[in-house]
Design a protein around this ligand. Structure first.
Ligand code: PFF
Length: 499
């Protein structure tokens, strides 16, 4: 039975607030620096075929499922799983724990880099050699993960600012904190991105970049890797398996239009990715003309794109300083709206189970988050970040996705969930949804995990020593499982909540 919403929980002020918060969680660093590179590397415009296929067959169905779990049970991830079956509660704890004490720890450090680079853009402080500046001066990177070294003060300071912002937003609660923040962040992000896109497509050489980005090469569609990349990108990008969408949906009112909101959230997220890719590739095109190098030599992904390639382009561009402020500003905004979402997911899980005060929990986990993140601000931090990210996203998130689909649909009448969705939504779901959740989603995610495991045993990830992979990456997963088991074994303060 569902608890009385109005008595036990805050609710979103309106549906728009909920959609903007969900979109805010979904749109993050991954959309800006990962999506466009994935597209380029996997056949340009042709990649959009597997990408949208993954969106409609796995992304949206799972998002509807997560919205449904949160809404039907009026619960965060652990409570929702506990209500399905008390033995499944640990799955909910595991997801919110490894995201809170894994992904967010290093994600906030990357937002701190962006904040630093926003300021550094003003003077184009990286000079002639942005690569050298980033790795040697800014990160002062050590020889490997074994050599931790000392903390880099500007990064630590930026991290403190980010955690302060995280704290202040989540501490103010759903309506006055997260909802208001996203109502400011999302239009701001759209504005910044529009300026970046319209500015960059007018640059000389932009067409070269855009052609590289979107020109379809359909021959790649026969490669399994392209399809796996598309599914993985959708999964991370929609914040699935994080426990976030479950928590956010638990704050919805009785009539909530779950299915329509999932479609809107997912499509806005993916539309944003394609759109911001126009800015990323136009600039790379401009750079290739200016530096007289083929586009393939200037294209890179993730941190290489944001902190090396982009700064190089900014130094060439008239008005580069302003462009830099806009670009790094948009990364900070996109990052913050994602990081607050997981802090909320973890705090609501703790509030559901323990008789603790919400504000105190938020303060505690913000302090812990800040302290835990410090390891990633050291000279060895980049290596740690890379290893932890690899293990959590490749094995943690996808495993939770599989467990979620399997446990929900094989040990619980999935039709009950579909009925709930159809009762509260005006967009009705057919049997296709149950089929996808019961068979297709677990199958695809199992194939991805199998492939990831196979690759893992082929050769150690990125040439790191097996010892550091096990010690840092695998241990991170194991420790978070143990913490999850500990939380799930402890007693429910309010047994009535489990009914
Ligand atoms: N969907 C986010 C992105 O694409 O960047 C992923 C994310 C990361 C969400 C970290 C939340 C979070 F705390």
């Amino acid at each position: 039975m569902a608890r009385d919403r109005t008595l036990s929980r805050e609710v979103w002020k309106n549906q728009l607030g909920f959609i903007l918060a969900s979109v805010g969680s979904a749109i993050g660093l991954g959309n800006i620096w990962r999506f466009s590179y994935m597209t380029y590397e996997n056949g340009g415009g042709a990649f959009l075929i597997p990408y949208f296929f993954a969106l409609f067959t796995v992304g949206i169905p799972l998002m509807i499922l997560e919205f449904c779990l949160g809404h039907k049970f009026v619960a965060s991830a652990p409570l929702a799983f506990a209500k399905l079956n008390r033995r499944f509660e640990w799955v909910g704890w595991w997801s919110v724990t490894f995201v809170m004490f894994g992904i967010v720890l290093y994600y906030s450090v990357i937002i701190s880099w962006c904040l630093n680079y926003l300021l550094l853009s003003l003077t184009l402080a990286w000079g002639e050699d942005p690569g050298n500046y980033f790795f040697k001066t800014f990160l002062n990177i050590s020889q490997g993960p074994e050599e931790i070294g000392t903390v880099q003060n500007p990064i630590l300071l930026g991290l403190a600012v980010i955690w302060f912002l995280n704290w202040i937003i989540v501490h103010r609660g759903i309506q006055r904190g997260i909802e208001i923040a996203n109502k400011i962040f999302m239009p701001l992000l759209l504005l910044l991105t529009c300026i970046l896109v319209f500015w960059s497509i007018t640059l000389e050489g932009a067409n070269i970049g855009l052609r590289a980005y979107l020109n379809p090469d359909f021959s790649v569609l026969s490669k399994p890797k392209v399809w796996i990349d598309a599914f993985t990108q959708i999964f991370f990008s929609l914040s699935l398996g994080f426990g976030i969408m479950i928590a956010y949906a638990s704050y919805l009112p009785e009539r909530a239009n779950l299915s329509r909101n999932a479609f809107i959230t997912a499509l806005l997220n993916c539309g944003f990715s394609v759109f911001s890719g126009l800015a990323v590739f136009s600039i790379l095109g401009y750079m290739s003309v200016e530096m007289q190098k083929p586009i393939s030599e200037v294209v890179t992904q993730s941190i290489g794109l944001a902190f090396v390639a982009y700064p190089t382009a900014l130094s060439l561009l008239p008005g580069g300083a302003i462009f830099g402020v806009l670009f790094f500003g948009s990364l900070v905004v996109a990052g913050l709206s994602s990081s607050v979402s997981i802090i909320e997911a973890f705090s609501s899980a703790a509030v559901d189970k323990f008789p603790w005060n919400r504000k105190r929990i938020v303060t505690c986990i913000s302090i812990l988050g800040m302290l835990g993140g410090t390891i990633f601000t050291t000279n060895g931090g980049l290596f740690w970040l890379d290893i932890v990210d690899h293990f959590i996203t490749h094995f943690g998130l996808i495993t939770v996705g599989i467990l979620q689909a399997v446990l929900v649909s094989w040990f619980f009448p999935v039709e009950t969930l579909r009925k709930h969705i159809n009762t509260v939504s005006d967009l009705k779901l057919g049997l296709w949804w149950s089929f996808l959740i019961q068979y297709f989603v677990p199958f695809i995610l199992l194939v991805i995990t199998g492939t990831n495991l196979f690759n893992e045993f082929q050769k150690p990830y990125e040439g790191y020593s097996v010892l550091s992979l096990v010690f840092i990456g695998l241990n991170w997963l194991i420790v978070t499982i143990l913490v999850a088991l500990f939380f799930s074994r402890s007693k429910w303060e309010n047994q009535a909540d489990l009914q």
